[in-house]
Design a protein around this ligand. Structure first.
Ligand code: APR
Ligand code: ZN
Ligand code: ZN
Length: 359
């Protein structure tokens, strides 16, 4: 089987023939059908992801996949061979955070399991579900069964970007109908925050980015207003659009200190600023406490507070019912041989999402 292997940070991946071990107890072998390319994969390859600055190398990346169950290990009742799955779950199911339905905070998720891949006897490490690979062995908790009629090359995006974006609005911030929202950064995740605010019934959704092509896409996903933040003071423009108040909910979806500060400063009294972007380690933001006094809040988010066994099939159903846009997110399809091109296109701001297709 073939996979994209990163040997050195900031260098292209190489496509290699590897050996993959069989699934063990509570593990599943998945034949990958499609995988989105998320900015987090790019960040790991550059050594800038919080908690993953020095990934073990060589490593297989990719964590936004969908596929078909090829083989199950011992003690699996949740899925059967032939089932369609989105790889989006996490959590051990036992720790204090899993116990309160917050599996994204699982205390056991960063423990590295046994080595899955080898290349002529040499270990090859993997990140998350290693979806830049034709096959992957994943823990059953990472494997969410979905309906058979959903196209895997679209619903793979629910594995990360759509879940993170849409659920940051719905689950984490709990955007209320009729509210006003600001989304700074309209990449693959930010467009889904815009979409989440629209699904939640916000009356005003202001999308901000530095690229006009992203702002055009944001309109498709429900933005009522767009601001190119190169065009001047973003906070002042948001205040001007909201009778001087600011917005009820703001979201930063880039991962930069200055834009996090702008998102916070754009809030109306009682507003909530949610930081979706995973900023480089040690990023410091400056907050004016006068603003906090009027009950504004700043909070972080990890993957949109998902409960995958519930939320993943829900999002698939919403797509199939025409209530969630996925097709519009796919800017291009490439084979695994195009993985370096996909990374370059994301860095160049050309695409919302590239979807790698295996079959
Ligand atoms: N002001 C406004 N927009 C900006 C700025 C800026 N100063 N800098 C970059 N952007 C825009 C880019 O033009 C792009 O549209 O932010 C967007 C980032 O999108 P992507 O590169 O597609 O990244 P995405 O996959 O959406 O992830 C964004 O969320 O989950 C996290 O780790 C992820 O930190 C990453 C962030
Ligand atoms: Zn846990
Ligand atoms: Zn991701």
């Amino acid at each position: 089987m073939r996979a994209a292997v990163l040997h050195e940070l900031n260098k292209p991946m190489t496509i290699e023939e590897l050996e993959l071990r069989s699934p063990g107890r509570r593990e599943v072998l998945v034949k990958m059908v499609a995988s989105g390319v998320c900015h987090t994969d790019v960040s790991i390859s550059e050594g800038t992801l919080f908690m993953m600055q020095k990934p073990p190398l060589p490593i297989i990346l990719g964590h936004e996949g969908a596929g078909v169950v090829e083989e199950i290990g011992e003690d699996i009742t949740e899925v059967a061979v032939g089932d369609h799955v989105v790889l989006s779950g996490l959590g051990c199911g036992r720790c204090r955070y899993c116990a309160i339905a917050m599996p994204m905070l699982c205390l056991n998720q960063f423990q590295r399991g046994p080595i899955n891949y080898t290349n002529k006897g040499q270990n090859v490490f993997h990140f998350a579900q290693a979806t830049f690979s034709e096959y992957s062995v994943v823990p059953i908790n990472s494997c969410i069964k979905i309906r058979q009629d959903a196209p895997l090359d679209k619903v793979c995006l629910i594995g990360c970007g759509v879940t993170t974006g849409v659920l940051s609005a719905i689950n984490t911030a709990k955007v209320r109908p009729g509210s006003t929202c600001l989304v700074i950064g309209c990449g693959g995740v930010g467009l889904n925050v815009v979409q989440g605010c629209a699904i939640a019934g916000a009356r005003m959704i202001i999308a901000a980015d530095i690229l006009d092509n992203k702002l055009e896409m944001a309109k498709t996903f429900g933005a009522t207003h767009t601001i190119n933040s190169k065009s001047g003071d973003l906070v002042a423009q948001v205040k001007a659009l909201t009778d001087g108040f600011g917005v009820d909910y703001s979201f930063e979806v880039i991962a930069r200190g200055p834009t996090i500060e702008m998102a916070f400063e754009s809030l109306a009294p009682n507003g909530l600023c949610t930081v979706v972007g995973a900023a480089p380690p040690g990023t410091i933001v400056h907050i004016n406490t006068d603003l906090l006094f009027y009950e504004r809040a700043l909070r972080g988010v990890f993957l949109g507070s998902p409960r995958p066994a519930y939320d993943t099939p829900m999002l698939v159903d919403m797509y199939m019912a025409g209530k969630l846009k996925l097709d519009e997110l796919v800017s291009q399809n490439l084979s695994i041989d195009g993985i370096n091109q996909a990374f370059a296109d994301m860095k160049g701001g050309k695409v919302a999402r590239t979807v790698i297709k295996y079959v």
